[in-house]
Design a protein around this ligand. Structure first.
Ligand SMILES: Cc1cc2nc3c(=O)[nH]c(=O)nc-3n(C[C@H](O)[C@H](O)[C@H](O)COP(=O)(O)O)c2cc1C
Length: 164
């Protein structure tokens, strides 16, 4: 059963998001699928981040982030922000500072501007529980991208353990 774990996990529905982080002059953004709402009151979102991501240290220092919803046509952005880069990978699109100071992707369908509330250990990732302080729809006509449309873009087939 475990040999197709990557494919089976693709049955769990996720959207695809660009998470923007900032601390002082430093900023970065990365593609993320493991994002969900965690509370109505206060409004909380949670996402799971690999601490090896460059964005992680900036997030820890700055304590703020934006969660930007990608349209199903924005595969190139998902791919671009799904890789670490030695140069500034944010120059290819338009960004604006949110209320918290986190960078908002102006070409996204909608964004959430967040302050980090706390972290929780989750295996090889960290769960980031964030309080939403502002949010807006930027394009009400599009359809959000689904994680299972991205195939093996995140190379998860190479990451899963061979046996459960
Ligand atoms: C479709 C897709 C979904 C991804 N989901 C996540 C995720 O939920 N959490 C995470 O930490 N990385 C996720 N990644 C991997 C990061 O985007 C990738 O490690 C990226 O290089 C991190 O960028 P950074 O090192 O500039 O921070 C995903 C990548 C893709 C392509």
């Amino acid at each position: 059963m475990s040999e197709n774990l990557t494919e089976i996990f693709k049955y769990i529905m996720h959207g695809v998001y660009i998470i923007g982080v900032a601390s002082g002059d430093q900023k970065n953004a990365f593609t993320a699928a493991w994002v969900m709402q965690a509370s109505f009151d206060p409004p909380l979102l949670v996402f799971s981040i690999n601490p090896k991501n460059r964005s992680f240290n900036i997030l820890k220092q700055g304590g703020i982030c934006s969660i930007n919803v990608l349209d199903c046509e924005q595969m190139e952005l998902a791919e671009h922000f799904g890789h670490s880069c030695d140069t500034d990978k944010m120059t290819i699109c338009k960004w604006q500072k949110a209320k918290t100071g986190a960078p908002i992707l102006m070409d996204s369908l909608a964004y959430f501007d967040c302050e980090v509330s706390h972290y929780a250990d989750a295996g090889d990732h960290q769960l980031v529980i964030c309080r939403v302080v502002d949010a807006a729809i930027l394009d009400g006509q599009g359809s959000p991208m689904c994680y299972n449309m991205t195939g093996d873009m995140d190379k998860s087939s190479e990451i899963f353990p061979e046996k459960l």
